[in-house]
Design a protein around this ligand. Structure first.
Ligand SMILES: NC(=O)c1ccc[n+]([C@@H]2O[C@H](COP(=O)([O-])OP(=O)(O)OC[C@H]3O[C@@H](n4cnc5c(N)ncnc54)[C@H](OP(=O)(O)O)[C@@H]3O)[C@@H](O)[C@H]2O)c1
Length: 284
């Protein structure tokens, strides 16, 4: 049986949908914080059990009979997330899982220019020490392109701090790849980079947006402190603005410049490009 957490979230909600194309529902389980929100899965025959990363006993119950457990990285910003991940890994080991798959992030490392990556590094260390086989899905950045680019559709301008190359993947591709790994007969061990075949910059986004709209979209570089001040003037808390700034700074240090063909190989096609993703966003 394959059991996953986060199935009421965006990424693993899509992963469970992909799994259902290849695996009978009776061989799939989900561990969710609120089973009411997984009713659509229970209705399809998926085993739904309650469990949060703060409830080791509930997690052990959720993970019972699992050969593989897929753990989503916690989105609980108020919690000790590394402790939550350790709790979930320990519960999967206690339940007898043979492999633990974890949604990590591209560029993960202990000493990196982007602080959140240390959480994934600590989690991967715990996986390594767990004694069971593990796979860390080091996904490229993903999310709503408008959150990355700002109000470019209204202004015709992508006005952000200086950036460097990074991978911006489509979350649907990350989910499809996760399902491919879970159903593979040749498991991938350790940390796997799931990126675009070539990294992109915000200038590439501006080019893609210009091509799609037929209107010139300009990439304008804003000096770091001016950008932070602008964000704060628009109501963004300083800590949030500086957190986002650290991401741009990390990209321009070249930290995310690497790319890997594994995502394309798992999908059997090129990952959706930033142009594809912007087109989808414009159509929605
Ligand atoms: N690579 C990137 O650029 C990127 C971008 C955004 C997020 N992420 C990370 O990737 C994860 C998945 O992304 P997403 O887009 O699917 O985010 P999402 O839609 O916010 O889903 C997060 C999932 O984590 C679950 N969760 C949060 N805290 C938990 C806890 N204490 N115990 C058990 N489950 C818990 C949530 O459960 P509920 O459904 O009950 O709320 C939800 O299902 C995020 O949690 C975040 O760590 C990565």
């Amino acid at each position: 049986m394959i059991v996953m957490t986060g199935a009421t979230g965006t990424l693993n909600g899509a992963t469970v949908d992909h799994l259902l194309k290849h695996v009978p529902p009776t061989r799939i389980g989900v561990s969710v914080r609120d089973p009411e929100r997984a009713k659509h899965l229970a209705d399809r025959g998926v085993r739904v059990r309650q469990g949060s990363y703060d409830e080791p006993e509930a997690l052990r119950h959720s993970f019972a009979d699992a050969e593989q457990v897929l753990l989503v990285s916690s989105s609980d910003v108020t919690a000790d997330v590394v402790r939550q991940h350790r709790t979930a890994i320990d519960a999967a080991v206690d339940a007898g899982a043979h492999r633990i798959v974890y949604t990590s992030a591209h560029g993960t490392g202990v000493d990196t220019p982007y602080p959140p990556l240390a959480i994934h590094a600590a989690t991967e260390q715990h996986l390594e020490a767990s004694g069971v086989a593990w796979t860390a899905l080091r996904n490229g950045f993903y999310g709503d392109p408008d959150q990355l680019l700002g109000p470019w559709r209204a202004t015709g301008v992508i006005a952000k701090p200086a950036d460097g190359p990074f991978s911006w993947v489509d979350r649907r591709d990350a989910a499809e790849a996760a399902a491919a790994i879970l159903t593979s007969t040749a498991p991938l061990d350790g940390a796997i980079d799931l990126t675009l075949s070539a990294p992109v910059t915000l200038a590439d986004f501006a080019r893609a947006a210009s091509e799609l709209t037929g209107r010139h979209v300009e990439r304008v570089v804003i000096e770091d402190e001016t950008w932070v001040a602008d964000e704060m003037a628009h109501g963004t808390p300083e800590a949030v603005a500086r957190f986002t700034l650290s991401m741009f700074q990390a990209t321009r240090s070249g930290h995310f410049a690497g790319s890997d063909p594994t995502l394309a190989r798992l999908l059997g096609r090129e990952p959706r490009s930033i142009g594809d993703q912007l087109a989808d966003r414009l159509a929605s």
